[in-house]
Ligand binder design. Sequence first.
Ligand code: GCO
Ligand code: MG
Length: 402
Amino acid sequence: MKITAARVLVCCPGRNFVTLLVETDQGVTGIGDATLNGRELAVASYLTDHVIPNLIGRDPSRIEDMWQFLYRGSYWRRGPVQLSAVSAVDTALWDIKAKMAGMPLYQLLGGKSRERVLVYGHANGGTLEETVEAVGRYIDMGYKAIRAQSGIPGIEKAYGVARGTLHYEPADAALPTETVWDTPKYLRFAPKLFEALRKEYGEEPELLHDVHHRLTPNEAAQLGKSLEDYRLFWMEDPTPAENQQAFRLIRERTTTPIAVGEIFNTIWDAKELIENQLIDYIRTTVLRAGGITHLRRIADLASLYQIRTGSHGATDLSPVTMGAALHFDTWVPNFGIQEYMRHSDETDAVFPHDYHFADGFLHCGETPGHGVTIDEELAAKYPYSPAQLPVARLEDGTMWSW
Ligand code: GCO
Ligand code: MG
């Protein structure tokens, strides 16, 4: 079996997506997602100019060897651009293998470990009251787990808050929107939000919260402690993880569970966090961390330390990633939860898929492969539109982590 052609499609059905199609001499095509929010064309070029010429004529069934060739075989390795490209190839090759086998992808991984995949949705509001209401709407839709983000008094354009009634889409302008961050205001406000949520909805709904790398380790420990009474499912990205040891300071001082890893690209980014049991959930994804092939390694390492998966699933990961992730989630023994930010109707129409939501869970389909395709004709109607993620500064102008 040989790869005969590969193509990159960039489209913007409501937001930008980069999709890789790998064609074979058996007439079977595999599809992978290569979207890197705000840096889409860098990955498209990495694929088109540097990866695709290497794919032609190779055997697509040699998935592991291809991974090693593209990662180890590349002298300049690691980072989100390379690993998003490698992930797209890997996802496309698993799609081809499963289609050739006539099986849904989870079967090739070892079969089902569960019947359905617990997901969390995104509730947000401009004020505490609006956020409480938004969480209620998610409960009404059947969600068992809900992430709550809120506008913060005195902070303009807080992280995670949608403008209008739309889903939250942070990449909102061709050049980054400037936002302002104030840690003391946030630390005073966050416990009030979760106190109000528990008061309104009781003990049962799982509540999650994303700190989005904004705090120092000590501040993160303060936040974690102040939220302990409200029993969060997790506190996400409490501090940047470049220095993995920083999490020791948080870990030693609070029992609030910690989730990290949506921006990680390899097992090396998470190694110390996992081996020292500094986190509870690892958020690496099929798309950002080397496809199914590498994510499986990360999940296996995590399983040794009773750390569970909680894959990133924001809307900037296309339905192709969601489809592949759901097969992974259906198989992976140490599954925790899957993020599920709903895509827009335009996005869903461009990427027909066989997964579905019911009663707070996503169910992957039984179509051979990962179950997601692309309608190329429709995609062509939505050309690429430049959009970058915002940046954050402190009130005095100092650049901060967004
Ligand atoms: C999340 C994330 C996203 C990111 C986005 C950046 O937990 O869902 O933090 O909302 O901000 O993926 O492109
Ligand atoms: Mg996040």
